[in-house]
Design a protein around this ligand. Structure first.
Ligand code: AMP
Length: 425
């Protein structure tokens, strides 16, 4: 089916074809007609599936059907996202897809000055893309009115809950008109998400699309078993010897991301870190530099990388495996997009074998192990529990605490020799 056969108006069809989209992605084919009809949806779709256009295009069409005459436009569509980056990217998509329409949009998130946002809101906008915390700041200052919202989109709802936004979301929902259209997107469906969906959605259509990025055709997964203290060396070797030009590397902690970026620089590989402790300006600059190729490696934590939209990213490296298997899927969702081949590499030390097994269980397949001469793990090194990364919150932190405790209780008393080896892994 073409975009126009899905019911999209000419202005929007022109924009998507100008973007080079020849046909709708599966999520777009499923979501667009339902959203155009005004129905609620509960969609299981990740970044990389084209979900942003899947909700933005029909949302624009519905709003443009009745542009308010008054100059002070009330917010009629509210898109909530967990991170600033995702908010900025959705804001860009709204601007791009809506360029032939007269609707106004704005993006508001924390970490930047609030006054320019107040001025924008005062001028009146139709579509507001926001992170929950900053939106509530505006509500508190009475600089935004949510009483006319017709469409609510919760994007990456599972992330929002993981990041502890549930109370903020509930507060925001209480300010919206009862009669409205709701679109909820989530990569995973925990009981918490189901509870949120039950209270929010009205006879929703459930839409599920294949996890495109986990398919064998799109992404080649490889694991290298290596001692912890030699991971950085192996990473530099892989990047250098294969001449990888654009690599997104994941670490578990912000501190780890900074340290690794510094070490790669020392190895002559241009690298920068992106994480929650960096200012918005620094994060944007890092992303721009990476996208345009002036920085070869972007080292990121899971939360900072959420929603990063980098077209055709060829390589994703898990310098450390995530504690929650679903995060592996999120991470590698940055590669193998739009029909391109992606490569996902994981550097796994002995401490992480259990995490690897959990990931393989989720993917329902074994990840191919590759070897590089000179980097074989030292068999005398024993596993030790993974230390908590302080940058985790919510479920991830709970799972991690649970795992760590379990590992601690299972472990027998080490002898001196074992203790020394553990320190080396
Ligand atoms: P998303 O899942 O919304 O983050 O989109 C992932 C990427 O797919 C973005 O870079 C979009 O520009 C691109 N995209 C969205 N829809 C299409 C389409 N129909 N055909 C080709 N690329 C698309």
């Amino acid at each position: 089916m073409s975009f126009s056969e899905l019911g999209l108006m000419t202005e929007l069809c022109q924009t998507v074809s100008a973007q080079g989209y020849s046909k709708p992605t599966p999520i777009q084919s499923k979501a667009i007609p339902i959203v155009l009809q005004g129905n609620d949806i509960l969609a299981s779709a990740q970044t990389g599936t084209g979900k942003t256009a899947g909700f933005t295009l029909p949302l624009l069409q519905r709003l443009s059907a009745k542009t308010p005459i008054q100059s002070k436009r009330p917010v009629r569509a509210l898109v909530l996202t967990p991170t600033r980056e995702l908010a900025a990217q959705i804001g860009e998509s709204v601007t791009t897809y809506g360029q032939n329409l007269t609707l106004r949009s704005a993006v508001i998130f924390g970490g930047v000055k609030i006054n320019p946002q107040i001025a924008t809101l005062r001028r009146g906008i139709d579509i507001l893309v926001a992170t929950p915390g900053r939106l509530l700041d505006h509500v508190g200052q009475k600089t935004v009115d949510l009483s006319q919202v017709e469409i609510l989109v919760l994007d990456e709802a599972d992330r929002m809950l993981d990041m502890g936004f549930i109370h903020d979301i509930r507060k925001i929902m209480a300010m919206l008109p009862k009669k409205r259209q709701n679109l909820l997107f989530s990569a995973t469906f925990s009981d918490e998400i189901k509870k949120l969906a039950d209270g929010l959605l009205n006879s929703p259509t459930f839409i599920e699309v294949a996890r495109r990025n986990t398919t064998a055709e799109a992404v080649e997964h490889t694991v290298y078993h290596v001692d912890k203290k030699r991971k950085r060396e192996l990473l530099s070797f892989l990047i250098g010897s294969s001449n990888w030009q654009q690599v997104l590397v994941f670490t578990r902690t912000k501190h780890g991301a900074n340290r690794l970026a510094r070490q790669l620089e020392q190895d002559g590989i241009s690298a920068t870190a992106i994480h929650g402790n960096k200012s918005q300006g620094a994060r944007t600059k890092a992303l721009v530099d990476f996208k345009k190729g002036s920085v070869q490696v972007l080292v990121a934590t899971d939360i900072a990388a959420r929603g990063l939209d980098i077209d055709n990213l060829p390589h994703v490296v898990n310098f450390e495996l995530p504690n929650v298997p679903e995060d592996y899927v999120h991470r590698i969702g940055r590669t193998g997009r739009a029909g391109n081949k992606g490569i996902a590499i994981s550097l796994v030390c002995i401490d992480e074998n259990k995490l690897l097994r959990d990931i393989e269980k989720l993917l329902k397949r074994k990840i191919t192990a590759a070897k590089v001469d000179g980097f074989h793990p030292d068999p005398s090194i024993a596993a030790e529990p993974i230390k908590n990364g302080r940058n985790y919150g919510g479920t991830a932190a709970k799972n991690k605490r649970r795992n760590t405790t379990r590992a601690h209780t299972k472990r027998s008393q080490p002898n001196n020799n074992q203790q020394r080896r553990r320190a080396e892994c």
